[in-house]
Design a protein around this ligand. Structure first.
Ligand SMILES: Cc1cc2nc3c(=O)[nH]c(=O)nc-3n(C[C@H](O)[C@H](O)[C@H](O)COP(=O)(O)OP(=O)(O)OC[C@H]3O[C@@H](n4cnc5c(N)ncnc54)[C@H](O)[C@@H]3O)c2cc1C
Length: 339
């Protein structure tokens, strides 16, 4: 397999080896030989930057925290490259942890906030490993449909492909079986839901006790937009001075952000000595909801509010201002920040 790193002259090449024969000696010559084999042209000049071995794993750490040590990335979840979720999940671990560390170190949050790193990210790792291992099983049926045993025999490969491409009636069932197996591999690649539907149930989010909404479609495949606490803030386009602005860009950057709608005076500017912002969205507000999308996805009334964590996860929300909005907001923040 060849994967482009920088078009068109920097690549990652992947080649298998017989594990029973032990790890190969990773020499420069071996790298050049593998590259030439992959591209089928020995005349191309190849410069090897680095070589390493790796194996398909199926493991996650049931604990990612020990005292002052927090583990992120492949150190705590390892799996095959199927679904392409390794780097994303690793970066998300750090994104989840960094603001918590900052707030605890600045004295803005209690150390209890750091416990939420384990509460939130270990279940994500477990789900990821499970999803990816199910994806691993989707590839072999493609080869079975081609009646191919694991082989590098070129004659055998060519003969299977020839049957697939032949225009005879005999090859119809061959093609049907192959197309079905090919369709089955879609889940190896289409996994938007795995990245965007991560849902945190921890002391780092506060709900009003209502049941969490159920995604209407397969949550591993399709993104489910909701502002239920613990879910990722949905994306919508807003407008400022006739320019398009992403809701995402109004939040984060170390701040807690309170999103409000038209009747926004009910909500105080939060002051618990933390980095925070209040942003109103709607007619006559800080940002225009030109397409009505925020009103559509916010799941709050005109006097409601959504509190967004620095990592763009919904921390808390209130459908309406209620009798004591300031106290409600402060209560939620104190709980989240373990203060
Ligand atoms: C073939 C392949 C394809 C992949 N494709 C995708 C993809 O399409 N999409 C995707 O999201 N992910 C993909 N991944 C997964 C992704 O590469 C990893 O999940 C990601 O690199 C993990 O990042 P990390 O920082 O946790 O660990 P690493 O990238 O492994 O970084 C750890 C670093 O620590 C260094 N190190 C180790 N020990 C020590 C030590 N004692 N002292 C100092 N330094 C040390 C290592 O040299 C390394 O540089 C793929 C992985 C493979 C193998």
């Amino acid at each position: 397999m060849l994967r482009v790193v920088r078009t068109w002259n920097r690549w990652v090449g992947v080649s298998g080896y017989d594990v029973n024969a032990g790890e190969p000696n990773l020499t420069n010559e071996l790298g050049v030989e593998i590259a030439h084999k992959l591209i089928g042209d020995d005349s191309v000049e190849v410069e090897v930057e680095s070589l390493s071995t790796w194996a398909v794993n199926h493991m996650w750490a049931t604990n990612n925290t020990a005292g002052r040590i927090f583990c992120v990335g492949d150190a705590v979840h390892r799996h095959s490259p199927m679904n392409g979720l390794g780097s994303n999940t690793s970066i998300q671990d750090s994104y989840n942890l960094a603001w918590k560390l900052a707030m605890v170190l600045k004295g803005q949050a209690g150390t209890g906030l750091l416990d939420t790193y384990r509460q939130e990210r270990v279940p994500v790792a477990e789900h990821l490993i499970d999803r990816v291992s199910r994806s691993n099983h989707l590839i072999p049926p493609m080869f079975m449909a081609l009646h191919l045993p694991p082989t590098s025999d070129e004659a055998m490969l060519s003969s299977s492909l020839a049957t697939l491409n032949s225009h005879s009636a005999d090859s119809t069932s061959f093609r049907e079986a192959f197309d079905q197996a090919l369709h089955g591999t879609l889940m190896c690649y289409n996994s938007h839901g795995m990245e965007l539907n991560q849902y945190y149930q921890s002391t780092g989010v506060v709900t009003d006790g209502a049941e969490a909404p159920e995604p209407p479609r397969d949550p591993e495949v399709y993104y489910f937009a909701s502002t239920f606490p613990g879910r990722h803030l949905p994306h919508v386009w807003l407008t400022k001075d006739q320019r398009q602005v992403a809701l995402f860009d109004l939040c984060g950057k170390g701040n807690f952000t309170l999103l409000t709608r038209e009747i926004n005076e009910a909500w105080p500017s939060m002051d618990l000595g933390i980095d925070r912002k209040v942003v109103s969205i709607g007619r006559g507000c800080d940002f225009e909801d030109s397409y009505g999308d925020f009103a559509g996805i916010s799941e709050i009334g005109e006097d409601g509010a959504i509190l967004v964590r620095p990592d763009h996860m919904v921390a808390w929300r209130s459908a309406a201002a209620g009798d004591a909005p300031a106290a409600d907001l402060e209560g939620a923040l104190r709980a989240i920040l373990a203060r």
